[in-house]
Every structure is written in C-alpha cells, then in structure tokens.
Design a protein around this ligand. Structure first.
Ligand code: NI
Length: 138
C-alpha cells in the first residue's frame, strides 16, 4: 500500500476526446478511480519504454503506426524519416483506415538501437496516434 504522504498530486491538461476514451476504458476494466487508471497507464508506459531499451543486437522487426492523415506536414515527415532510414527499412505497407486515419506497417532489420531510435522518432511526431515496435533476434 502506498502511504498517503508518498503521493504527489499533479495537474494534467488533456484533449477532451483522449480523456473520454480513457474514462470509458477504465470504466470497462473496473478501476475504482481515474487516478488508479492513470497510475496503471504510467506504469505500462514505463514498462514499454524499458522494454524498448532492451532491444539490442541484430534484429528483424515490424513497426506498426497509426496516424492522422490530416495533420499538417505529417505525411511528408513520415516519408522523410523513412528515406533517411532506408538502410534499415525493407518495405512498408500503407493502409487507409478511414477518411483521416492511416496505418503503416514498416518492416525493419538492423541494430536494435537503430530500430528503437526510428520508432521513437515516429512516435514523437505530432498527429501520430500510436507506434509499436516488435522485433526478434536474428
Ligand atoms: Ni492513408
């Protein structure tokens, strides 16, 4: 159990639709409070980040990303990053999900740290909804 005095209170500004999606998930999963859900989400984020840091050595992998097609400059930025990383990108498939959302699956092969950096660059772009890197050792 966490001691009340060990807790820090923070204020976070979130887009309305992000918060309502989050609330509906924590309702379905039966969390007692929003704070509990946020603590869990932060733990998952940390676990994922730490796992990403363990991706090392020669790897074959897939980057799956979902992004907003209408975000200004995003398509160009994604293409630019892929050109810059052509030495580790084997191919990519683009799928138009809806009027404004796209999914892109990128096959990658190379040094773990390089694949991670690529995934992190894509993640940091504005309008990118999610990026997931999955790899196996080769
Ligand atoms: Ni598209």
């Amino acid at each position: 159990m966490v001691n009340e005095s060990d807790l820090s209170r923070i204020g976070v500004s979130l887009p309305e639709n992000l918060l309502s999606k989050f609330d509906s998930i924590i309702n379905k999963r039966g969390y007692s409070s929003r704070s509990e859900g946020i603590r869990d989400a932060i733990r998952s984020y940390i676990t994922y980040y730490e796992w990403m840091n363990d991706v090392e050595g020669q790897r074959q992998g897939v980057i799956t990303m979902v992004y907003d097609h209408d975000q200004r400059g995003l398509l160009e930025a994604v293409t630019e990053i892929q050109h810059e990383n052509r030495d580790i990108i084997q191919s990519s498939i683009h799928s138009h999900l809806t009027d404004d959302r796209c999914m892109e699956v990128v096959m990658v092969r190379g040094e773990g740290a390089q694949l991670r950096t690529l995934a992190e660059h894509l993640m940091a772009l504005k309008g990118v909804e999610s990026v997931k890197l999955t790899t196996i050792k080769i």
